[in-house]
Design a protein. Structure first.
Length: 410
């Protein structure tokens, strides 16, 4: 059996690897569109923000006519990702599309789906009048230009350089990165991404069915709790990535907005309940069990009262509590392994990955760290590996207990 020290050094090596990959992906992303750009590669566009990143000015009441006059007040953003954390006031973002040889229809994709209200303003090249399009998860899904979980705007691109202005307002974390696409490459990207996430949710369905089937046949609560954990993880990730709004409640934007803190709360409760049962915390770590029960209570209360409003506050509470819960799960797995509970050895490695994913997602949502490939997708990767290793742990315990029982009978 691997020693506790081996898990620790594995964690250090893994963390270093994640940061190296994350930094390399950040460097890779720092590419501005050029005058020859065609949109075929789906490159991210350079962003300009009205006011500084740390500005406390309120731009809620500004009109597009007033914003256009503030050209000198737009500040260039060094990163291709704008991450302001939890900001309730409206922000204005400008992108400039260079001239193209032919007049074509292109698409601007905002990669973060959980934005309440996004309005796109641009001048018509013929009439010179302002055109406006609205999107966001506070509007019914059918009003979007493209049937997709991310926000996509269809735009005309002409032989002249055109500035596009985005007014973004949200009660949650304000994160913006924008890609320019032409039609053929956009739909290739959509199909590819749907294939990946379809495979991911297919894995969740298989794991949940495995848990329910084995739990029902063996009458073992651990497998049933595991199945609930998998389903709650699938719910959270579908909400977090915008798929739940697209496929489950496309005509219920109000609930779609409340679904994020609800799904985080449910996922937290399920993870803590499974951990307490599988790691036998009542026997091995009673104090940690009490802390888990407290964290579970907080998550359950938030999930129960999301309907009353206070989205921003409740989201921040449930996100911070999720980070606390992830730390508890990791520490409990390490402690029970150190105290001789052999079946937690796979859970330790899974908890490392899961905790890293949660930590990066929380820090990104509060605007503390930049958005990179790892900080953006670490939560999915960490969750999948955690669920797989928990399944391995369950099977490991069942196999060993079966052998012991057989030896006792003989």
């Amino acid at each position: 059996m691997p020693k506790l020290e081996d898990n620790f050094f594995f964690f250090i090596r893994l963390l270093s690897f994640l940061f190296l990959v994350g930094n390399s992906m950040t460097v890779f992303a720092q590419k501005n569109i050029s005058s020859e750009h065609t949109g075929q590669e789906g490159e991210r566009i350079h962003l300009e923000l009205l006011g500084s990143i740390n500005s406390t000015k309120n731009f809620d009441t500004l009109t597009i006519y007033e914003v256009e006059k503030k050209t000198a007040d737009f500040i260039s953003i060094q990163s291709m990702y704008l991450n302001l954390g939890f900001k309730e006031s409206a922000k204005w973002i400008r992108v400039k599309i260079p001239p193209h040889v032919e007049n074509k229809i292109f698409y601007l994709e905002l990669e973060y789906p959980l934005l309440d209200s996004v309005s796109l303003f641009y001048r018509d090249t013929v009439s010179n009048s302002w055109q406006v399009k609205h999107s966001g998860d506070m509007l019914p899904f059918y009003q979007r230009d493209i049937n997709y979980h991310n926000l996509i705007f269809k735009i005309p691109v002409s032989r002249d350089s055109v500035s596009y202005y985005f007014r973004v307002k949200t009660k949650g974390s304000l994160q913006v990165s924008i890609k320019l696409w032409n039609e053929s490459n956009l739909f290739e990207e959509i199909l590819g991404e749907q294939f990946i996430f379809g495979g991911l949710f297919g894995v969740f369905i298989v794991l949940a069915a495995y848990g329910f089937l084995i739990g029902s046949l063996l009458k073992t609560r651990s497998y049933l709790y595991y199945a609930m954990l998998v389903l709650s993880a699938a719910l959270f990730l579908s909400v977090f990535n915008g798929y739940a709004f697209q496929y489950l409640w496309a005509t219920a934007p109000n609930w779609g907005n409340q679904a994020l803190p609800f799904s985080i709360g449910v996922f937290t409760v399920s993870a803590l309940n499974f951990t307490q049962l599988f790691l036998l915390t009542k026997k091995h770590a009673l104090i940690l069990q009490r802390l888990m029960q407290l964290s579970s209570l907080i998550a359950g209360i938030v999930a129960s009262i999301v309907f009353i409003g206070y989205y921003n506050l409740l989201t921040q509470i449930v996100v911070a509590n999720a980070l606390f819960a992830a730390a508890l799960i990791l520490y409990t797995a390490v402690m029970t392994r150190a105290r001789g509970y052999a079946f937690s050895r796979f859970v330790v490695s899974g908890s490392y990955l899961f905790s890293i994913g949660i930590l990066l997602a929380v820090l990104k949502s509060f605007g503390i760290i930049d958005t990179t490939f790892i900080t953006k997708h670490g939560i999915e990767l960490g969750t999948v590996f955690y669920l797989l290793l928990c399944a391995v742990s369950l099977n490991d315990r069942y196999t060993v207990q079966k052998v012991i029982k057989k030896e006792e009978e003989e």
